[in-house]
Ligand binder design. Structure first.
Ligand code: 0O2
Length: 256
């Protein structure tokens, strides 16, 4: 009996330590007292929500792994270079909740914040992005909620990526639950650019003039990198097809 009692006490102590660690971690971030109170009062539903988003990420990742396998059989090449997934950070989540005046309830957060679960699919070639995206949204358990095509319409910063907001079901013990996931498709070059741009955005202590010069230079890099993506696509098309003349002509006309 004593052994069981000791074990229970140890579990209780460990749980307290975990809660304390969690409180400290949360306080290190930008979170307001209001949000901290909300998370503390809703620990179980909040954790459940995050676990459901993790499941949704697993579902979506699996779908892309399956498509990658099938494409490699059909086209003799894997279109996906890598898949990176993330649950939105607390700071970023709180910023969005505040910016959009989302009520502090788990239901309202799940309804209004569509990128808590994010899956980034990195491809070598722009055409593969559209082919994959089309096959993905055609699946009968995927509901497409929104599309933002920053490849055809890049952001002023130069950001390029195809964003899809989808709903995907997760299958739990007694229910099927639709979960929102943001899928970002990028080429390797777009991803390389976005990670450098991200570094610049988070470098808050740069003098404004330097920030401006680097932002402009990054914008030029985005154009050069898009041109390079186009040329690489043409070379790939030429390798797999007969008509290579257009590839060489266009390549000369693109300045990097
Ligand atoms: P994090 O760290 O990923 O959480 P929506 O979410 O669609 O309702 P929002 O936030 O305006 O509305 O969406 P947007 O601008 O279409 O896409 C948001 C995400 O795209 C960002 O996530 C980035 O991951 C990426 N993104 C958009 N614009 C840029 C850009 O100019 N540079 C870089 N590097 N990434 C960009 P979050 O929410 O900012 O952050």
């Amino acid at each position: 009996m004593d052994t069981i009692q000791n074990a229970l006490e140890t579990i209780h102590e460990k749980r307290e330590q975990v809660q304390e660690y969690r409180r400290k971690q949360l306080k290190k971030t930008l979170l307001s007292d209001e949000f901290l109170n909300f998370v503390e009062k809703n620990t179980a539903p909040f954790d459940t929500m995050i676990a459901y988003y993790r499941c949704a990420i697993m579902e979506v990742e699996t779908k892309f792994k399956v498509l990658d396998e099938q494409f490699s059989l059909t086209y003799d090449a894997n279109p996906i270079e890598s898949i990176k997934s993330r649950i939105k950070s607390m700071d970023s989540l709180v910023r969005k909740i505040r910016d959009r005046n989302v009520p502090l309830t788990v239901e309202a957060i799940m309804e209004n914040i569509t990128d808590i679960a994010g899956v980034r699919v990195i491809c070598s070639f722009p055409e593969d992005i559209y082919r994959l995206a089309e096959s993905f949204v055609k699946q009968d358990d995927i509901k497409l909620l929104a599309t933002k095509d920053y490849i055809k319409n890049p952001k002023p910063s130069g950001y390029r990526s195809l964003h899809l907001i989808v709903e995907v079901p997760i299958f739990l013990e007694n229910e099927k639950r639709p979960m929102k996931v943001e899928v970002q498709f990028r080429t390797i070059a777009m991803d390389f650019w976005a990670s450098l741009d991200h570094k610049l955005r988070y470098k808050k202590d740069l003098p404004p003039e330097k920030q401006k010069v680097l932002t402009e230079e990054l914008c030029r890099c985005a154009q050069a990198s898009a041109a390079l993506d186009g040329r690489m696509q043409q070379i790939r098309d030429a390798i797999s097809g007969d008509d290579w003349s257009e590839c060489c002509m266009d390549a000369e006309s693109i300045e990097i």
